[in-house]
Design a protein around this ligand. Sequence first.
Ligand code: SAH
Length: 541
Amino acid sequence: MRKKNEIVPLTITGMTADGNGVGRIDGETVFVSRTAIGDRLQCRIVKALPTYAFGIIESLEEPSPDRAEPDCPVYAACGGCAFRHITYGAECAVKQQVVEDAFVRIGGLKPEFLPILGCDTPAGYRNKAQYPVGSQNGQAVCGFYAKRSHRIVPCMNCPLQPPLFGELLEAAMRLIQDMGIAPYEEQQGTGLLRHLYLRQGYHSGELMLCFVVTRPARKQLMPLCEALKARFPQLTSLCMNVNPARTNVILGKHTETLLGADVIQDAMCGIRLQLSPHAFYQVNTAQAERLYGIAAEFAQLTGNETLLDLYCGAGTIGLSMAHRVKKLIGVEIIPQAVENARKNAAANGIANADFFCGDAGKIAQRLAERGESPDVIVVDPPRKGCDQATINAVAQMAPRRIVMISCNPATAARDCALLDKLGYRTNQVRALDMFPRTGHVECVVLLSQLPDEHIDIDIDLDEFDLTSAECKATYDEIKEYVLEHSGLKVSSLYISQIKRKLGLEVGVNYNKAKNKDSRVPNCPKEKENAIVDALKHFKMI
Ligand code: SAH
């Protein structure tokens, strides 16, 4: 075990999903944040545990060629990004490895790994941002929380967001300060403005600004809305969400439109969508469209299938494939999202879709009991993955293929391993970078039903006594009688053939050929006569 403050030489040989470098010394693993594969450093141990330790860079002796100058002034303080100190290419390589390790090590699976699909534009890709508002030294500030804390790191020009978000924020914060709108004081639970929430349609350009406030404040916010709208014509929806609770959850239940429309419009994979602040919507539209493209490829739809889309959110995945299936069923737990999904279906003239609101496992179970047998099931669960009930119900419905989409490779690998036990092989895994520069990676998995293990083989059933478990006495007695009185050996198959011939009761599939092509020997006449004698003797005929 290492000692705190000990300085050790270290070479970084791997990276974790959240951007920490990993090196080994004397068989012990040391995690060092903000390092890169290939770095040679002197490392100061800051926390030592029996089998691993955490360290910081004491001095960087030879920097890795993967290193890049972080292009964000708050990278060190903010908890949003994990990979800004390495090139985007190196980040993609790490993410590919993270996904592969999860399936191999956690899942114990050996699928084919397709190369990660990186993002063409790793900057400004987000269509949504939620900035906490607070005060520092008497000034209203907004930005992001520091890692594992609620301390606001002021930042208005986050490089993950489109530049327009920064311009709008700067204008809004100036007005908020000038108009004396009180920022929320989280510690005391006082003040008015908790969050500024921005969402923009990637294709439409329509922009929504939602003020998350502790109490209704329409009157106070209206002049702010009007001033912003005059300056930013893209603002098609300004609304207020009231969240009085002292909680980490950003949005409260009640939302009111202040100016413009209640929703913004956008499109994804050619499906027109309406988005409210509550609706789940993939934050990187361009990559989400590619993700759905891979999912559709894996689903191999021909137009005759029933497709079940579990954890469907506003229905986007299923709706993007609706024209390629006979029937689409979506399941989602948030009522507003289900409402959005139904509206989205109607607005796109999609008439073959049904959406159910409820827990994926419970509804899937009910669908299975109702005899629903989808050909393909898409599952796109939240980070914690599917629960056992959902996995069981999915397997019970016996789809030919399952397409799993996940933002957490570890739980995806676990769930694939569970499905493996239930007859589904994990064939292909494709990582896709939906969240460049951050410690998150998405993956799409194709699982296929294993071929039916049942194969027809021609065997001489004479060798088997298939009856022994069911009616040993009777068949054995017959065999014994036949042997004793005619010296012939007869099989259970022959006995059942003769019984059937004589109209006696035998089990439905008892000693019948599995299908018409299987070869089943016929009882020779001599043996038939001997069996008939035995049956007479036992007064069965
Ligand atoms: N497939 C959608 C949404 C995926 S996010 C899309 O691509 O846009 C995961 C979704 O699962 C969220 O909408 C969340 O509300 C929903 N969800 C979470 N737990 C659930 C559960 N137990 N049953 C059904 N849906 C659930």
